[in-house]
Design a protein around this ligand. Structure first.
Ligand code: CP
Length: 304
């Protein structure tokens, strides 16, 4: 039996990704299967979450497992000064799987190094969000019929947005062309552009969120400006509403375009977009259940 943590999407080969997407498809056909009977998962959320925590917990419940954990670290002994290492070691005494979100980059890697229990990274600071990437890839595959040779436009906070960082890694196997639309202050970090250079991936940077860019896109991946990552809130105020997608901006876009957003949204997608058939962000979040069921089984070495 294989047992391994998922800390970063770049642990997965193209074959791994395709296998997990295939399993997500099976879970979408039938999400209620007793594959985790007798197993307990811990959800340790040191940062707020709606979708990631609830879809992971639903995934475990629908697979016949049980869940313990916390959604507010201030109610745990970490508020008394207990270290992350000790918290992980204690939780490891009780459970078969740890699903953790933490504000510190590298926290999931660290946790996976101090315990033999598999750890799934549910987001570490501005670094990675690999389970989000799997559900994004699943959503892209379902809506486009392929992951290959797509024009992917990422809009908003490309500096702090961990979902776009993971998605670049995840899509790198499939010959994408990226358009990075961000204000100067929130540009895609050099490390991800160097990654694209190294892998021969085309990318273009824009500060203007123009219809020209929208109209050549297959996927428009909107993101929220990550208020919680700013040390200076004056800087946040300057950029918080920098781009707002409105329905009329989609008038001349491809029929097959789909608008994705990892959510939560603040102001970056106007509510008039919701009724447009190209809006896919609500279904995208639903796909998280199936993708996370597939990931859980994969890290626990459970055949699907
Ligand atoms: N996409 C995402 O991570 O959402 P939550 O913060 O609600 O988990």
């Amino acid at each position: 039996m294989k047992s391994k943590s998922l800390v970063s999407i770049d642990q997965y080969t193209k074959d791994d990704i395709l296998r997990i997407l295939g399993n997500a498809e099976k879970f979408e056909e039938n999400p209620n299967r007793n594959l985790l009977e007798g197993k307990v998962a811990a959800t340790l959320f040191f940062e707020p979450s709606t979708r990631t925590r609830l879809s992971f917990e639903t995934a475990v419940n629908r697979l016949g497992g049980r869940v313990v954990g916390f959604q507010d670290a201030s109610t745990t002994s970490s508020s008394k000064g207990e270290t992350l290492k000790d918290t992980i070691l204690m939780v490891s005494n009780y459970v078969d799987l740890i699903i953790m979100r933490h504000h510190l980059e590298g926290a999931a890697q660290y946790a996976s190094e101090v315990t033999g229990v598999p750890v799934i990274n549910a987001g570490d600071g501005a670094h990675q969000h690999p389970s989000q990437t799997m559900l994004d890839l699943y959503s892209i595959y379902k809506t486009q019929g392929t992951l290959e040779n797509l024009n992917i436009t990422m809009v908003g906070d490309l500096k702090y947005g961990r979902t776009v960082h993971s998605l670049i890694n995840g899509l790198s196997h499939f010959h994408p062309t990226f358009h990075f639309v961000a204000p100067e202050e929130l540009r895609m970090p050099e490390v991800y552009k160097l990654f694209c250079d190294k892998h021969g991936i085309r990318y273009y940077e824009h500060t203007d969120f123009s219809e020209e860019v929208i109209n050549q896109s297959d996927i428009l991946y909107m993101t929220r400006v990550q208020r919680e990552r700013f040390t200076d809130l004056v800087e946040y105020e300057k950029v918080k509403n920098v781009y707002i997608l409105r329905n009329k901006m989609l008038e001349n876009s491809k029929d097959t375009l789909r608008v994705l957003h990892p959510l939560p949204r603040v102001n970056e997608i106007a509510y008039d977009v919701d009724e447009n058939p190209k809006a896919y962000y609500i279904q995208q979040a639903r796909n998280g259940l199936y993708a996370r069921q597939a990931i859980i089984c994969d890290v626990l070495g459970i055949p699907v």
